[in-house]
Design a binder for this molecule. Structure first.
Ligand SMILES: C[S@@+](CC[C@H](N)C(=O)[O-])C[C@H]1O[C@@H](n2cnc3c(N)ncnc32)[C@H](O)[C@@H]1O
Length: 396
């Protein structure tokens, strides 16, 4: 993030003496001024009043300079759009030039894998050509990726980069197509704001996975955010799987009291909610396709691909990693387009051994779209617990 706050106030951020003088003049502790600047936050209350009175800057000008606009300023921009555009037109760069297409490194019956920068590939993809896009970018957590991409960008740089690839994703998405972004809640709040102006919000799905150790002074981060948007008013594909009801893993008995409503429960399972509690991180060596921790579970991708695409549709994922999206798409008869900026050996190996993913996926799918899994049903009958059949018979 640049020094928008200090620049707006005419403070040189490297001149400590000037900063101290300013802090004294406005009566705001220096640490708080630095926070406003570092995090690009508009001061409020007494701090704002004091800055206004001391410097003469208005709140509106401060907001414009810092790029944090409220609805008043936004609507003034809209009203004066013609004049503002003619003022900035000479500075707007022309991005029409297409970079060359990254090399195609692997092909299957249904998919194409490229190696290089996803932006270069997307710039060469047609408008409105993809049915489902899933993006799992680096989270800017200073991780070392095999591709050695810079995972320690300044906040502003990272968000600018995210907006660039999101723009291309939005352009190539078909009307009615779905766009999912997997990221930390911290980043997805920004992505959500960006997407709200361009696509239709469907869900913020909280996927319950602890992704770090407890941090002092913070709540224990326990969910990843999965943003789900569609292009246009509603998605053309929407077939969520249904899940088994929660039962006690030890005695296979009920955890919740369903009272007199058991017979009304859908034998195909429970409606999926926007909180997903059943996705585990890929830790087991048997299932891991690459070293390190940035590999998504096949169960997660299966759910998304099933929910938002049909066989024959085209799925795109701009951040290949170990190729989870591509493998699931191939298995489920979707066409796919993939790209990875770093080594692609993990993806190619995965496809060479795709039977492992097929077996794994079959196991996963065997236990969904039913109210009680086959295995649990057997144990429930043995333990005299109700089953969908037994409650229905009683009602008859
Ligand atoms: C979080 S991982 C994706 C993991 C993937 N979803 C999986 O399940 O294996 C992000 C990946 O994006 C790749 N990447 C980063 N910047 C990229 C870019 N500009 N173009 C293409 N790939 C990029 C990284 O090398 C990394 O492998």
């Amino acid at each position: 993030m640049k020094n928008f706050f200090f620049d707006a106030l005419g403070i040189n951020s490297t001149n400590n003496l000037a900063l101290h003088r300013f802090a004294r003049a406005v009566g705001i502790p220096i640490d708080r001024l630095r926070y406003y600047n570092k995090c690009n936050k508009i001061p409020t209350g007494n701090d704002l009043q004091s800055i206004r009175e001391t410097t003469g800057i208005s709140e509106a000008e401060l907001m414009i300079q810092m790029g944090v606009m409220d609805s008043r300023i936004r609507s003034l921009f809209q009203k004066n759009a013609k004049q503002i555009y003619s003022l900035i037109k000479p500075q707007i760069k022309n991005h029409d030039k297409r970079p060359s297409i990254p090399p195609l490194v692997y092909e299957t019956k249904l998919g194409k894998l490229y190696q290089g920068d996803c932006l270069s590939l997307m710039k060469n993809m047609d408008n409105d050509s993809i049915d489902l896009i899933f993006a799992d970018p680096p989270f800017n957590l200073k991780k070392l990726y095999p591709s050695k991409v810079d995972d320690n960008l300044k906040t502003g740089q990272y968000l600018k980069w995210c907006a660039k690839w999101a723009d291309e994703c939005i352009r190539i998405l078909k009307p009615g197509g779905s766009f999912f972004i997997w990221n930390l809640p911290k980043w997805n709040t920004h992505m959500s704001e960006y997407l709200n102006g361009r696509l239709t919000f469907r869900h913020w799905i909280a996927v319950d996975i602890k992704y770090t150790l407890p941090i002092k002074g913070r709540l224990y981060p326990s969910h990843y955010s999965l943003l789900y948007y569609c292009k246009g008013e509603k998605p053309t594909r929407f077939h969520p799987d249904r899940l088994p009801m929660n039962i006690c893993p030890h005695c296979v008995g009920d955890i919740k009291d369903y009272g007199g409503h058991k017979h009304k429960m859908n034998p195909d399972g429970i409606n999926i909610t926007d909180v997903w509690l059943d996705i585990s991180p890929v830790r087991h060596k048997k299932y891991k396709k690459r070293n390190g921790s940035n590999e998504l579970s096949i169960k997660l991708m299966d759910r998304i691909v099933e929910l938002a695409s049909d066989a024959g549709d085209v799925v795109f994922d701009p951040f290949g990693g170990s190729g989870t999206t591509y493998a699931v798409s191939e298995i489920k008869n979707r066409q796919w387009v993939g790209i990875e900026i770093g080594p692609v050996d993990d993806i190619v190996n995965r496809f060479e051994n795709i039977n492992n993913d097929i077996d794994h996926l079959n196991k996963i799918r065997k236990n969904i779209n039913c109210l009680i899994t086959k295995e649990d049903l057997k144990r429930r009958i043995e333990n005299n617990w109700w089953t969908p059949d037994s409650v229905r018979k009683k009602i008859k």
